[in-house]
Design a protein around this ligand. Sequence first.
Ligand code: ZN
Length: 142
Amino acid sequence: MSKPAADLNAFQNTAKTGKKNAASSGGGWIKPYKRLAIYLRDGLSCVYCGATPDALSNRKPVTLTLDHLLPQSYGGSNGEGNLVTCCLYCNSKRGNMDLAAWLDVACGDDARRVSALIVEHTALDLKPFKAEAKAMIARRVK
Ligand SMILES: [Zn+2]
């Protein structure tokens, strides 16, 4: 088993709210522009397997979701630093699995590189992505 990146431990401490959040099922727990901003921050691609939505890839198209790095059942927050873009397949497969264990399962030898990427993405300021997301939503046909 490969050793997960040590910096994920520091990250996981900041992701904790200390309280359990309301159920996250359904889409109402996060504003659409914030969801889109996180997707944009992560390059419209699953951080674990790299899958992208239809029309953006020659690979099998997927549905994007948001994954809580520190699962809500362990006190993980709905804050942008605890959320990453994740395909529906990876999200379902991970369930409540610990992040380091999940990275081993999902990424194998790439676990360290992927965890570094996650740390890099979640450290980015979401503000410009939120602005772009709001502008994109405003341009949609009503
Ligand atoms: Zn995936």
